[in-house]
Design a binder for this molecule. Structure first.
Ligand code: BES
Ligand code: ZN
Ligand code: ZN
Length: 496
């Protein structure tokens, strides 16, 4: 979608569909107030009403979207208002929309424009690769949008571009997650990585099963053994560590399908398990955004990818796996496979001597029980790093909530026969998984994000989501990396 910027009042510009975000606790502009019965519309968050102004104001149709209380307006409310505008345009088959907010919003104009852009692009997202006949509403494409702002066009244009760049990264992640397991195999993920590398000038290496065997990736191999779709390990590198540029490793769980293996999942739990590569998808999306924004960082994406299947070649409960690190893992439940493949990727990350390792994984059902779909579970070995991620979560509204990694949790995953066991029991299921991961990064600062509750949505509660992959993590990582780059630049400048 083409998104333009104009300075001025959106109500004074002709348009086939105009969306105005209004507040619950601020009187409507008089020319709008006259168009409706005051009791019909309060402006509460996400309330909408469609009006036909008949000459009172310039637009032909006016969609009012409630933003809630003025002081509580966030990037998320603007994003959702943008998404609602585009959805209305799709429903009415209007190819061009104009959007704006009433009066002064409590956010910088560039941030409003950016959030509108992101919300409109993501609100338009549909996955209909496999539909033979999309409904007219689904097939309709909104071609252009104009954001009206009080600030000058120069000031907000960058914000729009950034919002669109982030939305493209999220879209990439959603498409990867939504691809069915039989096409989106580990090998296919490897091909997608090579293609991304070509497009963005990233250095990409994909290790196949023979190379994994040769190099001792015992964790990835064990999990992948049960499937005829061979596992892969993917390295995607943006930038370089020359002249003190800090290195950040982004590690993603890329289970293209998780049946549970011999510890087979019940049918219902398996329905959405093509999404078990949501962590890997976020790494793809974030690398694309980092490259397109030209962030002054060295970002290394590491993806461990396999398909977890039951078969006579599958790994079993009771098996002991020797991982890339040399550490051994007693397998008690083949469905706790994410931590096993990630152990190899996390150990591998150390060779880059990174300033931070960020792991993203749809790792545990327990995190859904703890936080539901509204927060990412976070565990970290470094509080300063965790605090950075919390800030990025607030800024992106992909919020994270920290859980502890105390020594007692490490005790829960000690094995009688190997260095570690892959099951800590039901209590603190998400934390013992995080503690397991932390055993493979040495002293490098690790932040682990459990996105099992947020990577997939059945019935969306956000206007910019649709059934399927959410692309969670892309915006969060973008904020995290941008702030990291900014701080390092400021530090370097201060030093000389
Ligand atoms: N991929 C699942 C976790 C998951 C569950 C993601 C629901 C998204 C939605 C993971 O591999 C898994 O099966 N974890 C087990 C671990 C248990 C056996 C210790 C779980 O959470 O039940
Ligand atoms: Zn599993
Ligand atoms: Zn899994």
């Amino acid at each position: 979608m083409e998104i333009k910027v104009k300075t001025g009042n959106v109500l004074q510009e002709p348009s086939d569909l105009c969306m105005l975000g209004v507040y619950e606790d601020t009187p409507l502009p008089p020319e709008v107030a006259g168009l409706l019965e005051p009791r019909d519309f309060s402006g509460r968050f996400k309330q909408t009403v469609l009006l036909y102004p008949r000459g009172a104001i310039a637009p032909r149709r006016l969609l009012l979207v409630g933003l809630g209380k003025h002081d509580a307006v966030s990037v998320d409310s603007i994003r959702q208002a943008g998404a609602l505008a585009v959805r209305e345009a799709q429903a009415l088959q209007v190819p061009a929309v104009t959007v704006g907010v009433q009066g002064d919003a409590p956010l910088a104009p560039a941030l409003i424009a950016r959030s509108f852009a992101e919300g409109m692009e993501l609100g338009a997202y549909r996955y209909h690769v496999y539909r033979t006949a999309p409904s007219p509403e689904h097939a309709f494409v909104v071609e252009s949008a104009t954001v009206y702002s009080r600030a000058s066009a120069e000031e907000v244009r960058d914000g729009i571009a950034t919002g669109q760049t982030i939305a493209r990264g999220v879209t990439l992640a959603r498409d990867l997650v939504n691809g069915p397991g039989y096409t989106m195999t580990p090998a296919r993920l490897g091909e997608e990585a090579l293609e991304l590398g070509k497009r963005l000038g990233l250095a990409v290496t994909v290790l196949d099963e023979a190379q994994l065997t040769e190099q001792g990736f015992g964790g990835i191999l064990a999990v992948g053994k049960g499937s005829m779709n061979e596992p892969r390990f993917i390295v995607m590198e943006y930038g370089s560590a020359s002249d003190g540029t800090p290195t950040i490793c982004l590690v993603g769980k890329g289970l293209t399908f998780d049946s549970g293996g011999l510890s087979l999942k019940p049918a219902e739990a398996m329905e959405t398990m093509k999404s078990d590569m949501g962590g890997a998808a976020a790494v793809f999306g974030a690398l694309q955004v980092a490259a397109e924004l030209g962030l002054p960082l060295h970002v290394v994406g590491l993806i461990a990818s396999a398909e977890n299947m039951p078969s006579s070649t599958a790994y079993r409960p009771g098996d002991i796996v020797r991982t890339l690190s040399g550490k051994t893992i007693e397998v008690l439940n083949t469905d706790a496979e994410g931590r096993i493949i990630l152990s190899d990727a996390l150990f591998y990350a150390q060779r880059y001597e990174p300033s931070a390792i960020v792991n993203l994984a749809t790792l545990t059902g327990a995190i859904i029980i703890a936080l539901g779909p509204h927060a990412i579970g976070m565990m970290s070995t470094d509080q300063a790093l965790a605090d950075r991620m919390i800030r990025a979560g607030e800024a992106s509204h992909e919020r994270v909530w920290q859980l502890p990694l105390w020594d007692e949790y490490h005790e829960m995953i000690k094995s009688e026969v190997a260095d570690l066991k892959n099951l800590g029991g039901r209590p603190a299921g998400s934390i013992t998984a995080g503690a397991f991961l932390a055993a493979f990064v040495g002293d490098y600062p690790l932040v682990h994000l459990d996105i099992a509750g947020t990577a997939w949505v059945d019935k969306p509660s956000k206007a910019y989501h649709v059934h399927g992959g959410t692309g969670v993590g892309v915006h969060l990582l973008t904020e995290f990396l941008s702030e990291y780059a900014q701080d390092k630049r400021a530090l370097a400048a201060a030093a000389g």
